[in-house]
Design a protein around this ligand. Structure first.
Ligand code: KIV
Ligand code: ZN
Length: 512
């Protein structure tokens, strides 16, 4: 039986970024966009250009470099937002505008304060405005999951006539259950007279833990695009997870009449990259990308797998990118090999200076760590991707003292705006002492919201990757740092977060 294509629309950079504290810089978004392209995502929703100049610039930068995926910008249903989105996606090889307006009684009455007829009129106008910039226009009736079916049918018929090519049906508040969600798709496709003129898409939130199940129910009822995010990142409980959708469709070929063009071996690298950049750690028992997703603990299971793998495994770890931890480079690798490897990983360091600095760090790391993997390199270059203009605080050197019965002590030399300053503090532990020492110089007045440490690879010589989330005056930033010494990694992460606060906001408000 020949299969229809299921389009994967990744919204990690837009809906995913709406997770508290997950705001990303333009460089970080570019790295993720490149990885999504490598993974062969069909459409990348790169952001919401009207939200702020920073968002606009990010979408535009992604539109300039991504060639193999469609680049999409989100906009509310007004002319100004749509013009911004149109401008941002202009350089794209293939650009899409995704416009939306709410259609549920509660949203129309309480949020929009519009009559249903006005909403239809605005939706139609929005699609026509968007068509002035691109033929590829997607429309979403926000909160479709709580909208009246008759009204939805009228809105959707009207926007198809106005030129929408994709109809995305969002369960904005994650209220639906699979059976009802599947039936809604069936009903809409039967009752909207011009239904066959558009691709039907599903966009599910995970408030009841049903985002993936609902999305798959929609696919079984005619949806041919799924909107999803890496690791299920997203507003509140998140969105449907890309990796689960892709692997469900692939593993249960017998049930789904569709296939995706995703390169599944890029799933784990994408998951790690998003986790590293946003500071959202993946739970160990998360399907597909959790550390335990392919681990067998019980003796009976281990015995079964050894005798015949399929006794307890429905997928192969290597097919989703586990164990592809490639030994990348060694101590003797030269600058050219290093540069080529970075290019392969989709990392584009802006200047020769940044490349030299990253290469020097690589040599330092190679002295401390026998084997250097792709993940080590990803972590290592993170610092160089922060533009020097915002590197106001820099770690020059550090000394830590920790002894039973003594208060841990951190002594640091920092470069602050290019001027060296010494900082010293004790604390309840070495990390606490380090942060207090930094604050004694920076005096940022920020609150620490999150501190997390992860080993990047296996082995006791692995680099520790630290995320620090700081909040100040309503802004939340994530800082990252990696080092074989986790106290040094912690200091780097804290300084990275301070640099982001110091650089000022890239965006006003990621929320819609
Ligand atoms: O959840 C939602 O309704 C959205 C829309 C903008 C599609 O993210
Ligand atoms: Zn959403």
């Amino acid at each position: 039986m020949s299969k229809e294509q299921l389009l994967i629309f990744d919204t990690t950079l837009r809906d995913g970024e709406q997770s508290p504290g997950a705001a990303m810089t333009r460089e970080e978004k570019l790295r993720i966009a490149r990885q999504l392209e490598k993974m062969r995502v069909d459409i990348i929703e790169a952001g919401f250009p009207a939200a702020s100049p920073g968002d606009f610039e990010s979408v535009r930068a992604i539109a300039e470099v991504i060639k193999d995926s469609t680049v999409c910008g989100l906009s509310r249903a007004n002319e100004k937002d749509i013009a911004r989105a149109g401008e941002a996606i202009k350089p794209a090889a293939r650009g899409r505008i995704h416009t939306f307006i709410a259609t549920s009684p509660i949203h129309m009455q309480m949020k929009l304060r519009m009559e249903p007829e006005q909403v239809i009129e605005q939706a139609v106008k929005a699609v026509k405005w968007a068509r002035q910039y691109t033929d590829d226009v997607e429309f979403s009736p926000e909160d479709a999951g709580r909208s009246e079916t008759d009204f939805l049918c009228r809105v959707l018929e009207a926007v198809i006539n106005a030129g929408a090519k994709t109809l995305n049906i969002p369960d904005t508040v994650g209220y639906n259950i699979p059976q009802g969600w599947g039936e809604l798709f069936k009903t809409l496709r039967e009752r909207v007279p011009n239904a066959d003129k558009a691709i039907w898409s599903t966009h599910c939130h995970n408030d009841l833990g049903l985002a993936v199940a609902n999305s798959l129910a929609a696919v079984l009822n005619g949806a041919r695009q799924v909107e999803c995010t890496i690791n299920g990142l997203g507003e509140r409980a998140g969105n449907a997870a890309v990796e689960e959708i892709v692997m469900a469709v692939r593993t249960r070929k017998d049930l789904f009449p569709v296939e995706t063009r995703i390169d599944a071996t890029q799933i784990v690298p994408a998951s790690r990259l998003v986790s590293q950049i946003t500071g959202y750690v993946v739970q160990p028992n998360k399907a597909i990308v959790g550390a335990n997703a392919f681990a067998h603990e019980s003796g009976i299971h281990q015995d079964g797998v050894l005798k015949h793998r399929e006794t307890y495994e429905i997928m192969r770890a290597e097919d989703v990118g586990w164990n592809t931890n490639k030994l990348t480079l060694g101590k003797l690798s030269g600058r050219n090999a290093f540069k080529t490897k970075l290019q392969e990983l989709g990392i584009d360091l802006a200047s020769e200076e940044a490349l030299n600095a990253a290469f020097a760090k690589f040599k330092e790391l190679a002295d401390k760590k026998r084997e250097i993997f792709d993940e080590d390199l990803q972590a290592l270059v993170s610092d160089e991707l922060v533009t020097p203009a915002v590197e106001h605080y820099k770690l020059v050197s550090s000394k830590f003292h920790s002894e039973t019965g003594e208060a841990p002590l951190a002594e640091l030399t920092l470069a602050v705006g290019g001027v060296e300053q010494r900082a010293k503090s004790t604390g309840s532990g070495p990390v606490d002492a380090t942060f207090l020492a930094i604050e004694s110089v920076a005096g940022s007045g920020s609150d620490l919201l999150l501190y997390s440490v992860n080993a990047i690879t296996t082995g006791t010589d692995a680099q520790g990757e630290v995320t620090v989330r700081l909040s100040k005056g309503g802004r939340i930033v994530n800082g990252q740092g990696a080092d074989t010494d986790i106290i040094v990694a912690s200091a780097k992460a804290y300084l990275n977060a301070l640099n982001k606060l110091y650089a000022g906001p890239e965006r006003v408000n990621p929320q819609l």
